[in-house]
Write a protein that binds this ligand. Structure first.
Ligand code: AMP
Ligand code: ZN
Ligand code: FE
Ligand code: FE
Length: 283
């Protein structure tokens, strides 16, 4: 059994990278991928612990993409496997995006101050427990702590969601760029939780065809929160396009308490040979 989709404290999970490795071992995984959002910084730590435990760590990340105009519309998450931390076409872009995110957070704090709130960048760093990779959920928790919102969701609804007064635009990769950089770095891109596209039937089919032509190597059919029927329907689509049907829990620790490493909600089982098929389409 393997798990090709997990998050740690490097992005928005509650478990340290080493702990995710321990959970994979406890679950009986032979291999697992750490796929933090837009970052590879947890890979070495997770691998060191995984090696001690006799579990294989697959290097990975999950890219947040958005397309404007032509092409597969809307937002999309793309998992990338086999890209190691260090320098390279995708790696360098991730470093740049991290810098862009910091600038955006500073502008976001300035916006909230202009709305009359007593919030500083330091408050944010303290609440997030880190300087880099701070996101809107961290900002939301500061707004709750300071009494500007009743809950994380309320902070989004009142201030931080797109269209609300505290929203500041964030630069995202287009799917085209993400797929190009992933392949250029020697990685295999895989469409994460395909039903999040909000498409079905022939519309989804043609989006998948377009993505396959752009270099997509697989799609996540065995997803933690999908039903057996959904998993089977996605597998049929993947087979038709010769995309590798992958799977993973999307473990985030206490932030998504229903999703455990390896077993998801208890009905997840991703067979070992998925990894062999994924390796076979690396080029
Ligand atoms: P950021 O990358 O800083 O823009 O933050 C994105 C994260 O904010 C997403 O992964 C969600 O967890 C959360 N988020 C975005 N929009 C909403 C919303 N309308 N309600 C609740 N959470 C949201
Ligand atoms: Zn996440
Ligand atoms: Fe995702
Ligand atoms: Fe995820």
């Amino acid at each position: 059994m393997i798990d090709l989709h997990t998050h740690s404290t490097i992005s928005d999970g509650s478990d340290e990278p080493e702990r995710v490795a321990e959970l994979a071992a406890l679950a009986g995984c032979s291999a697992f991928a750490l796929t933090d959002h837009d970052r590879l910084d947890g890979i070495e730590r997770a691998r060191a612990r995984a090696t001690e435990l006799g579990v294989e760590l697959i290097s990975g990340c999950e890219l947040s993409c958005e397309s404007e105009g032509a092409g597969p519309r809307g937002s999309m998450h793309v998992l990338v496997y086999f890209v190691e931390p260090g320098e390279g076409p995708l790696q360098d872009e991730l470093v740049r995006l991290l810098r862009v995110r910091r600038d955006r957070n500073e502008r976001l704090v300035a916006r909230l101050q202009s709305l009359g709130m007593d919030v500083t960048f330091d408050d944010l760093v303290r609440a997030a427990g880190k300087e880099d990779g701070i996101g809107r959920p961290n900002i939301a928790s500061v707004l709750v702590a300071k009494g500007y919102a009743d809950s994380i969701q309320d902070a989004f609804d009142k201030w931080l969601a797109k269209g609300q007064p505290g929203y500041v635009e964030k630069e995202r990769l287009t799917p085209e760029t993400a797929l190009r950089l992933a392949r250029a770095a020697g990685g295999v891109p895989v469409l994460a939780h395909p039903l999040s596209l909000g498409q079905t039937g022939s519309v989804l089919q043609s989006t998948l065809e377009e993505l396959t032509a752009l270099g997509m190597g697989g799609m996540e059919c065995i997803y933690g929160r999908y039903s057996d029927e959904e998993r089977a329907a996605l597998r049929t689509m993947a087979d038709r396009l010769r995309l590798v049907a992958t799977g993973g829990s999307d473990h985030h620790g206490t932030f998504k308490p229903d999703l455990n490493v390896g077993s998801g909600r208890g009905d997840l089982h991703v067979p070992d040979d998925v990894l062999d098929r994924l390796r076979a389409v690396a080029r």
